[in-house]
Design a protein around this ligand. Structure first.
Ligand code: GTP
Ligand code: MN
Ligand code: MN
Length: 404
């Protein structure tokens, strides 16, 4: 117990998968700064730096109280020299000068805008920036060839950059459940990703689909997608058998995250519920982003353009009775379901730390498909997440405490 005038010292495990990290973050001033630098590093293909900042941020998220002094951080793991400098800056000056200058930089702003397009990763954005493209207008004017994902991403840019709510996630869950039941009765749908961890908003909605009878799930994804398409629920979809093919079209993922599940990246057309109870999409009042943006061409000052943009966006919003939402669907055989649920619940750092723990501390290999024990030279079967944690010698951490 600290005496008055003294500060508390923390004791924290070094792997994020050994810690309980809820959404109740007492150090968001610090973690926001570190997360922005992590993001900037990732967008600049400096993955090592990105992970270092992510680990530092995750450690601070797990602390039970707000850090007010550098002395409280003595002896804590995961805090490198660079992260400590950033933390010190924020504690002393309220902001980090490095974060502020990054936020202001032309390159960071452009990377944010361009990778905000579904289907555009850091590499593509970097290439465009080197060709002088910093925003959507310049991209449109450049005549760059866009792939199908990027075209859809640009068309639904505003919708896809607006956070998805839990209510919207639930509405989509009902639709997916209905689709799955229609094409293969008895199938099960699980909500994964951030919403399973209790987040109130997300950048997409993630679902895992399986069937209690092994093998029944084979060929399920194309049927589900065909059903959704026939009902007019899909604005875009790309189904892949093997995710190594994704990098060309879908958002880029680090190789360690790759798996071989049947997977569908999609954009749903979700009817807004306030205006109408039905989840059935409507064709009327189908105002396209293009129609909204075309009048921009007539504006001759930035001020005018901004005014026009606001007016048209408001008009578009008031007419549109549906919105675009990113949805990820994955099909797993029941024998791999526990591993798939664990692998798709996240957070990304929590997953990365689980795999690092398995490899470095247990001589095991964990993926979204299986757990292999390199010492015993055998696969370890599991039907629940609890069993997997137990194999790994870890205390069970429920989804709501995996928000590292
Ligand atoms: P938001 O969607 O931003 O709210 O957060 P989220 O945690 O749901 O992130 P996201 O939808 O990107 O990913 C959800 C989980 O799926 C994370 O744990 C990822 O690591 C995992 N994931 C994403 N893509 C892949 C993939 O290609 N393979 C595997 N195995 N896992 C993936
Ligand atoms: Mn998600
Ligand atoms: Mn996702």
């Amino acid at each position: 117990r600290p005496q008055p005038g003294e500060v508390a010292l923390f004791s924290v495990s070094s792997y994020a998968c050994q810690r309980r990290t809820t959404l109740d973050n007492h150090n968001s001033n610090l973690t926001d700064a570190l997360s922005l630098l992590a993001e900037n590093a990732e967008l600049s293909n400096e993955d090592g730096r990105g992970v270092a900042f992510r680990r530092a941020a995750a450690l601070l998220k797990a602390l039970p109280t707000q850090v007010i002094s550098m002395s409280q951080l003595r002896g804590l793991p995961c805090l490198g020299e660079h992260s400590l400098r950033v933390i010190k800056d924020v504690l002393e000056n309220g902001v980090s000068s490095e974060v502020e200058s990054t936020k202001q930089s032309k390159r960071y702003k452009a990377l944010k805008i361009l990778t905000g397009i579904f289907g555009v990763g850091a590499k593509t954005a970097d290439r465009w920036i080197r060709e002088g493209i910093y925003n959507l207008e310049q991209l449109r004017d450049s005549g760059q060839t866009l792939n199908r994902a990027q075209k859809a991403g640009l068309e639904h840019y505003d919708d896809l950059n607006e956070p998805v709510t839990k209510a919207e996630a639930d509405a989509i869950g009902e639709i997916v459940q209905k689709a799955v039941n229609s094409v293969l009765p008895g199938s099960e749908v699980a909500l994964t990703g951030g919403f399973r961890r209790g987040k109130l908003t997300g950048h997409d909605v993630d679902f895992l689909i399986t069937h209690p009878e092994e093998g029944k799930e084979v060929g399920l994804m194309p049927k589900v997608v065909a059903w959704l398409e026939s009902q007019g629920f899909l604005l875009y979809q790309k189904t892949t058998r093997n995710s190594y093919l994704e990098s060309k079209d879908g958002p880029a993922r680090p190789a360690s995250n790759m798996d071989r599940f049947e997977r569908c990246f999609s954009i749903f057309k979700l009817t807004k519920r306030k205006e109408q109870e039905s989840t059935q999409p409507e064709e009327q009042n189908d105002l396209k982003t293009e129609d909204v943006l075309r009048p921009h061409m007539q504006a001759d000052t930035d001020q005018q353009l901004c005014e026009l943009s606001k007016n048209y966006q408001m008009e578009a919003a008031s007419h549109k009775i549906w919105r675009a939402v990113r949805v990820d669907l994955v099909v797993s055989p029941i024998s791999q379901f526990a591993f798939a649920v664990l692998g798709w619940t996240g957070s990304k750092l929590f997953e990365r730390e689980l795999r690092r723990w398995a490899g470095h501390e247990k001589n095991m290999s964990l993926s979204s498909h299986a757990l292999f024990d390199n010492t015993q030279n055998k696969y370890l079967r599991a039907t629940s997440e609890e069993e997997i944690f137990a194999y790994l010698g870890l205390e069970y951490i429920p989804p709501s405490e995996r928000n590292a």
